[in-house]
Design a protein around this ligand. Sequence first.
Ligand code: AKG
Length: 314
Amino acid sequence: MDYGLPKDHPYTPPEERISTPVHLRTAEEYAAAGGTLVSAADDAFRTHSADPDPVVTTFSDVLSAEDCEEIIRLAKPRMSRAGVTTDDGKGGRQSTGRTNDSTWLPHDSSPKLYEIVQRVSGILGLPSECAEDVQVIHYTIGQEYRKHWDAYNPLNERGKRATASGGNRVVTALMYLTDVDEGGGTGFINMRTEVAAEQGKVLIFHNCYLGSRSLHPDSNHAGLPVLAGDKWACNLWYRESPMPGGAAAKSRQQKLILAPLALQPETAWPACVEDEGQGESHQRNEPSQPRVHGHLRPILCMLRPGGGIQDQGY
Ligand SMILES: O=C(O)CCC(=O)C(=O)O
């Protein structure tokens, strides 16, 4: 069928979309959990009027100032000019379209980072194993990442290669680690709308049509140029199935906790029950989750039958 789109446009008509078993939260579910929905400012630029826009939502104050400083501290010595994936499937080629710096951090680079990854995964309702390593990004004045898609087009050769392990990047969680004096928001190009970079806020957007691993063209977005100050942020890209880095981080954390517990009697395990009315939960957008005391508690709950935190969506 001819949709009148440019030949290389990654629009996939409904009959050619590839379904995914991953259940992503709906716009209503994010809103019920305290998310602010971002809608298109202008329908005229949608790729296809029959398709709903990709789900885009923000959650404020998910990360504290200390959380943000910790991620920047871990990343700072490792930053270098960011690359883009090339058509032959290799990463790391420099591009004039992406002028910022970046680095990758394993989820368990520090206990706090691991806990932050669990917190964000809780908002998404997805297991952290499915997330790639944390990609930290830094922009100084004039730097930007021009419009692009985070997901791959699984129908072309490059997309097939990139999705062979873990599937597609079905959802992005972008955490803003600093405010920006001027500029530096995230622009959704086809939706003609912009999200401001604010420290502690998490921007979540679906990269594929709901229920599918086929790229949603209207998820294209840009890191808009920083005009004053600088910008730190980090990406978590969730795939359809576990990624080696995410799975290894979880396994290391579980071993860390099981080692001392192996010496203790069964009764020494903490109860995994709802703690209600005892101040603010770290998982502030997940009211039904147990209150988290440090980064060990949710993992203990996960390891116990009937524990409070489950891998959802599979
Ligand atoms: O910096 C931003 O606001 C967007 C970053 C982004 O799109 C990316 O790193 O893939």
